[in-house]
Design a protein around this ligand. Structure first.
Ligand code: HC1
Length: 574
């Protein structure tokens, strides 16, 4: 511990801390705009300037280490004036259409302008670059007129995701973020993960809003509009309504979806149970046929796109299972349509997903079991929150309601899909039981839980040794693939999720400002709510789900059957 003084008060902080970290530990917030812990520590925005006794000028707290006896002032007039000046300069090149901005109300720049009494937005007005929107990608829009050049998006794209398809173009006054040679985002191998969106402090990047398509379907009397909610939505949606991180709002979410007017409110978790049935079966088939190993999971569309674009040689290793979102849509337009006597062309399936790549996934080829796209629209958690607000639904006050049947009751295995390691654990539960041929006591495979980027485990199952690995975030996936390809590791089964931590930290989730992201373990809190729900469930193995058993009996025959293949599996291309 190092002894320092902050604003006249003696306090301590661990050695090696920056001033920013030391202040936070002592409950003093220093504002930042560019800083993202361990990812973007460039001290460029100068919002975090503070006074240090003896230093010649103000120092940037995000990168400046503390030392014994250091005297720091974070709240002097000199500090305030400098921050205000920085904000005025940022505003001079910022498109100030705040009223209609998608981030109005949770824009980090807007909040600081208010705090530092920026009373003249036009103070440094002058010549400005005018950028066209880049809306060439399926999932997102970039409006560089609102970009403040903090480079957080650039940093996460290259460091978390090892994709690196964006960076600064041009220099000086003309600097702007984009792809190399000014290519459109839609023309470069972006994997649509949306991690850039959740770290953007302003409205410069956001998902392509498709809520109007859903409102239109809801008004169309010929459409039977079904909504399905991904595992992680119920533990993150509350954040959009200022509820604590990790609140499980499943009941309110269902109630809100009904108030909005969906004809049926179903659960993607049921389809996650189907994914496990198919994936466990596919895995056991590979065991019989000696590979190809490892088998990679295929439910994360950002990962699938990465695999297709960057590692096409691994396509034979990708599970052919559609993702739960797509399996759900396929079953809705085949089994459910038949059962309810509805023409599948009149069924409109909306997925509420934590993920921007799901918008891309619904457009994939070979995902149309009934001859129509399995799923029609994928909305992010944020888009759903906007629909709830627009519909005038007082979310926090809602009484809990339950999903509709028959596609509303999932096992605990379906819930944990939303966190890294969850798909693996769910698959192991069913695979172990299938191999044993009878019910097993063991439900939890805790070695694959937790937020480490790469997890490995070995299990003995009825005499067979199964090596598994789990990676989340593409930079970790890349490391794991390199290890496998170098022959340094051998796994039978590998789960990969495109976003660090899995879907609970997806690119479509409610945006938390950097002041939260840098200091709160968002991923663990959100995941804990899913594991708690799993623990509470009477049924925790996908193979125990009565509706899953029923649909196999009366419609699909058995996992891996021809019909199951036609409806629930897909193909890939490089
Ligand atoms: Fe996911 Fe999945 S878990 S991919 O993370 O397999 O997006 O939440 O819906 O499809 O079920 C996302 C989450 C989600 C699918 C499932």
């Amino acid at each position: 511990e190092v002894m320092i003084t902050i604003n006249g008060k003696i306090c301590t902080a661990p050695e090696g801390s920056t001033i920013l970290e030391a202040a936070r530990i002592n409950n003093i917030e220093i504002p930042t705009l560019c800083y993202l812990k361990e990812i973007n520590e460039i001290g460029a925005c100068r919002m975090c300037v503070v006074e240090v006794k003896g230093a010649r000028s103000l120092v940037t707290a995000c990168v400046y280490p503390i030392s014994e006896g250091m005297e720091i002032t974070t709240n002097s007039q000199k500090v305030f004036n400098s921050r205000k000046l920085s904000l005025e300069l940022i505003l001079s090149t910022h498109e100030r259409k705040c009223l209609s901005c998608i981030r109005s109300g949770n824009c980090e720049l807007q909040k600081l302008c208010k705090e530092f009494n920026v009373d003249d937005e036009d103070y440094f007005n002058g010549e400005n670059c005018e950028y066209e929107f880049d809306d060439s990608a399926v999932h997102m829009v970039r409006n560089n007129n609102k970009c403040i050049l903090c480079r957080r998006c650039v940093a996460v794209c290259s460091k978390w995701q090892s994709v690196g398809v964006i960076g600064p173009n041009n220099r000086g006054f003309n600097t702007h973020i984009g792809s190399a040679y000014e290519q459109n985002l839609g023309d470069v191998p972006c994997i649509s993960c949306g991690q850039c969106i959740v770290v953007c402090p302003t409205g410069a990047i956001h998902e392509k809003d498709q809520t109007q398509e859903v409102w239109d379907a809801l008004e169309d009397p010929t459409k039977h509009v079904i909504v399905q909610t991904a595992p992680s939505i119920r533990v993150t949606l509350g954040e959009a309504f200022h509820m604590p991180i990790g609140s499980n709002v499943e009941g309110k979410m269902v109630a809100a979806l009904r108030r909005i007017g969906f004809d049926r409110v179903f659960d993607t978790n049921v389809a996650a149970d189907f994914t496990i049935m198919e994936e466990a079966n596919e895995f056991l088939e590979r065991v019989e046929n000696n590979g190809p190993f490892p088998m990679f999971t295929s439910c994360s569309p950002g990962w699938v796109k990465y695999c297709e674009s960057y590692h096409p040689e691994l396509i034979p290793n990708l599970s052919t299972c559609k993702s739960p979102q797509q399996m759900f849509g396929a079953l809705a337009k085949t089994w459910y349509a038949e059962k309810e006597g509805i023409d599948p062309k009149d069924i409109f399936v909306v997925g509420i997903m934590p993920c921007t790549a799901k918008k891309f996934e619904v457009t994939r080829e070979d995902e149309a079991a009934a001859g129509y796209s399995d799923c029609d629209v994928a909305l992010t958690t944020r888009e759903l929150a906007r629909m709830i607000d627009k519909a005038g639904v007082r979310f926090v006050e809602l009484e809990d309601e339950s999903f509709d049947n028959p596609l509303g009751e999932a096992t605990g295995a379906g819930y944990i899909f939303g966190a890294t390691g969850g798909v693996m654990e769910a698959a192991l539960r069913t695979a172990a039981e299938t191999l044993a041929g009878h019910s097993l006591e063991q439900v939890e495979f805790t070695e694959v839980r937790g937020m480490s980027g790469i997890k490995e485990a070995t299990y003995e199952m009825s005499g067979a040794t199964v090596n598994v690995a789990v990676a989340s975030g593409i930079s970790n996936a890349k490391k794991l693939i390199e290890k496998i390809q170098a022959g340094e590791a051998f796994y039978h089964f590998v789960e990969i999720m495109g976003c660090p931590g899995g879907c609970i930290n997806g690119g479509g989730q409610p945006v938390q400002p950097a002041s939260v992201r840098n200091f709160v373990d968002l991923k663990t809190k959100r995941a804990a709510a899913l594991y708690a729900e799993d623990k509470d469930k009477g049924l925790r193995k996908s193979n125990e789900n009565p509706i899953v058993q029923k649909i196999y009996q009366e419609f699909l025959d058995k996992p891996g059957s021809l019909k199951a293949h036609h409806i629930l599996h897909t193909s890939y291309r490089d």
